[in-house]
Every structure is written in C-alpha cells, then in structure tokens.
Design a protein around this ligand. Structure first.
Ligand SMILES: [Zn+2]
Length: 455
C-alpha cells in the first residue's frame, strides 16, 4: 500500500515536471534571448564608440601632420635666423676692425699735424719756422714758403677731417648693424618660443592620441568580451534545449526502470504466494494421508519442497537520482579559500577551491556542456547546463589546466571535465566554481552560494 502511494506520487511528480519543463524552458529561453538582444545592443553601442574614437584619431593625426610641418618650417626659420645672426656678427667684427684702423689712422694723422704745427711755431725740429723765414732770400720767397707750409698743414687737416668723417660713417654703420643684430636676436627668441609652443602642442596631441588609442583598445577588449559573451549566450540557448531533452529522456528512463522493477517485484510476490499455497496444500494432504493410513508410520516423509527461488534481484539503477537537499557533488578536492560575495569591491560570483598537484575537476551534476573554451579572464573554462526537477542550473569551472570535454557534449555527474590550473586571470592554482540558479547571464544575477546545494 505504502509502495503504491509512493509510485503514484512519483508518477505525479514526473507528470508535474513534464509540465514545468515546458513552461520553465520557455521562460528561461526567453530570458536567454532577451540577454542576447541586450548584448547585441551593447555591442552596437561599443562599435559606434569605436567609430567615434577612430574619427577623433584621424582628426588628431591631421592636426599632428600640420604641427609637424609647422615645426619643420620653424626649425628652418631658426636655422636661417642663426645664419643671418652669424653673418651680422661677422659684419660687426669687420666694422669694428675698420673703426679700429681708422682710429689708428686718425691718431697718427693727428700726431703728424701737431708735429707740423709745433715745427712751424716752436723751435727745433727739421724745419725751423724762423729759419725758413730768416733764411729766405726775399719776401717773395718767404711768402712762397709760408704758403707752402700752410698748404701742407691744410692738407694734413683735410686728411684728418676725412678720417674723422669716415670713422663717424663706420660707427653709424656699426650702430645700424648692431641694432639689426639685436632685432635678429629678438626674432630668434620669438622663433624659439614658437618652436617650444609647437613642441608643447605636439606632445599634448600625442598624449591625447595615446589616450584615444588606449580607449580604442579598451573598446575592442569590451567588444571582444561582448562577443565572447554573445557566443556563450548563443551556445547556452542550444545547450539548454539539449539539456532539457536529455533530462526528460533520463526521467522517462528512470520511470521505465521503476515500473519494470515494480512489475518484477509483483511477479516474484505472486510466485512466492503460489508456492506457499502449494506447500500448504501438500502438507494438508500429507496430514490427511497420515491420519487415514496410520500403518504407514515409517513411510518416508515427503521430500522437502525446493526452497522458493529468491525473487529476481531488483535491477540496480546506474544513476541514483540525487536527493532534493543535495543535487550537486563537490567539483574537486581541495579547500574553499574564497566564498561567494563582495571581494576587492567586486562581486565574487563563486567559490574558490584550492589544492596542489594534479587535481581532477568533476561535473557537479549531469548536464550538457554549454561551452568549453579559453577565455582571457577565466582561462580554460567549462560552462555546464543542468535541468534538475524542473529547475535549470548553470555551473562554471574556471582557470583549469586543461579541458577534457567539448561544447555541446553530454556529461554525467562526477565525469572529469579537466584539471585544476592557474590559467586566465588567476594567481595560484585553484578552481573558481560558480553555480547559477537559472541560466548564466552577463550580470551574473543568478549566481548563488553553491555550498548548500552540495551533498
Ligand atoms: Zn574565484
């Protein structure tokens, strides 16, 4: 009786789960598709951002080209200015030496003139004025001599004046050239300051360029991650369908086995009852015979009936359905080093299990491989979809050394998925294990603490 109730309950539960399969799967698939649509929108947004950043880079490159041309021109101007300054300085040096030469000549002429005048009016010297006067033959002669002496002095004076004028002219020229030099130096200063401004602009623009490039790289990374997630979501949709079919088939197989076992047990019970009845009848018959034929006291007792054959052993199911409290098994040996929750200002969506050496990783429950691949963050990673008692679950096994299963494959509980490793964004060998009650999504909003679910 108790058994009958149990069987009825089982068939009802199978019926119910049959019902929940369809409604829950429709819902989860809808959720997956919605997440995919969100992911596509996000990708489109990122692609648009990339275009914008690339446009900005193109603009910046043009500006940098212009700046480079300006810098080249400024450098040429500076070189020309420097040449001009060098030329001007050489001119100034030449003028200075001309001035010095003229000064020397003026000094010499001045000395000569003074000498002549002294000779003319004072005593001594090669030409004594008085002697010229007294030694003259006549007044006419005297006058001639006087005049010629005066002419010589006049000539000296004229030469001196000329020298002085020359000197003035050269000094004026020198002043002009010096003012030219100072203006050239001013221009050079301006050019140098322009040059440093251009260099400054260039370095600023290069800095912006670097930022834009890094921004673009980040966007490409994001797009890569979104594409990875997109592939994961697409694979998940396929895997969920396959997993639901697998779970249904498994449930049907289980029901068939239960029914067969029940039928075998009933058959065995019926046979045992029949044998018991036959034995009883035989015993009764023997007693009756004994009573009617007391003379045959020594008659051999009837051969003991064959012992009833043991009922056929119940076929041992190859898979024991997990109890409702523990649907999953521990995925690997090791110690839990990090729990689910907030860690380093980020949500840690699973538990970390660490162990040294070659440590196999097991499927926490039977299921379908959503994806087995190498991710930049998760390293070697396997995503499994499980459909248990009308509830969809997803498990994630990250940072593995290697992977032993492939996308789309069916796995049974305890099957080796790979080995514990340190791949992807990981520091030290450990298994990062996630359990999601429902499908996996980008925000990991379905992540739950797996420990209470583990037997
Ligand atoms: Zn972790």
């Amino acid at each position: 009786m108790k058994r009958k109730i149990l069987t009825a309950a089982l068939s009802i539960s199978i019926g119910l789960s049959g019902f929940t399969y369809t409604s829950a799967s429709a819902e989860t698939l809808k959720e997956v598709q919605q997440k995919q649509a969100e992911n596509h929108a996000e990708q489109a947004k990122k692609n648009k951002q990339v275009k914008k950043v690339q446009g900005e880079q193109d603009q910046l490159l043009k500006e940098l080209d212009k700046l480079q041309a300006s810098l080249k021109k400024t450098a040429d101007d500076i070189q020309n200015k420097k040449d001009e300054i060098a030329q001007t300085k050489a001119d100034i040096e030449k003028l200075k030496s001309e001035i010095a030469e003229l000064e020397k000549r003026i000094k010499a002429r001045d000395a000569l003139l003074k000498e002549r005048v002294r000779n003319m009016y004072e005593t001594g010297g090669p030409v004594k004025y008085i002697e010229v006067l007294l030694g003259s033959q006549g007044f006419g002669d005297f006058l001639d001599r006087m005049i010629s002496l005066n002419i010589i002095a006049e000539q000296d004076k004229t030469i001196l004046e000329e020298h002085k004028r020359d000197k003035e002219a050269v000094e004026q020229k020198k002043q002009q050239v010096e003012s030219k030099l100072s203006s050239l130096n001013g221009q050079l200063d301006e050019l140098n300051s322009l040059n440093s401004q251009l260099k400054d602009q260039k370095s600023k623009k290069n800095k912006i360029m670097k930022q834009l490039r890094s921004e673009e790289n980040h966007l490409h990374d994001d797009i890569g991650k979104l594409e990875e997630k997109d592939a994961l979501l697409a694979d998940q949709e396929k895997a969920i369908k396959a997993e639901i079919a697998r779970a249904k088939k498994e449930a049907a197989e289980r029901a068939r086995r239960e029914a067969a076992a029940k039928a075998a047990a009933a058959k065995a019970a019926k046979e045992a009852a029949a044998r018991e009845a036959a034995q009883k009848a035989a015993a009764e018959r023997a007693a009756k015979e004994k009573a009617s034929q007391p003379a045959h006291e020594s008659a051999p007792a009837p051969a003991p009936s064959k012992p009833a054959p043991k009922p056929e052993p119940k076929p041992e199911p190859s898979y024991t359905p997990p109890s409702s409290s523990g649907k999953f098994i521990f995925p690997s040996a090791g110690v839990v080093t990090s729990q689910l929750g907030s860690r380093w200002n980020k949500f840690h969506a699973g538990v970390d299990i660490a162990a040294g050496g070659i440590v196999p990783i097991h499927a926490a429950a039977s299921g379908t491989v959503i994806r087995s691949y190498t991710s930049s963050s998760y390293g070697n990673v396997v995503f499994l979809s499980h459909y248990i008692d009308g509830q969809l679950y997803t498990t994630v096994y990250a940072h593995m050394r290697d992977r032993a299963v492939s996308t789309g494959q069916t796995v049974s509980q305890g099957q080796t998925l790979g080995h514990m490793g340190n791949t992807g964004h990981s520091f030290g060998q450990h298994l990062h294990f996630e359990l999601h009650k429902g499908p996996w999504n980008v925000g990991k909003t379905n992540a739950v603490n797996p420990l209470p679910y583990i037997q």
